[in-house]
Write a new protein. Sequence first.
Length: 173
Amino acid sequence: MGIIEPKEVLDAVAHPEALWTQATPQAGNGLSGTSQRRQMSDLVAYVDGGSHGNPGPSGIGVVIESPSGETVRIAKWIGHHDNNVAEYAALLEALQHAVEVKASSLRVYSDSEIVVKQMTGEYSCQSSRLYSLNWVCRKLARGLKFSIAHIRRECNSEANGLANHAVRLRLEL
């Protein structure tokens, strides 16, 4: 399975079935802490998405840790979206990475209460934008031993910094 870029998901959010036909990675879309991805069993991810304005220029930050101590850091510009869409795009990036490296489990920590509560079923998705993203994330999560938990923003500073870096870098261009 190829990687679905967050921008492709956001562009196709009204048509989830289109996501599976656009699964082609694009070079140069982000920063990654590792060039070689290998099989890992259990991963822990810290995810954050943010927009400068709501909606506004948006980016995602993802920090993925393996039991061996390897850390993957991802910062990507995702276009102009609202904060909740950016938060889901960050979760999607972590899920795709876990699937790509054939992880058996993924434990996610997010400072987005709405994403965590929608993914755990505590809240329903009323927004069609978020419903489509939630649907894709749930579909990917089914192939893993998956858990997600809410953490305070100050405990998610590295992922937050990566998301902000992606937006600032794009705005400077």
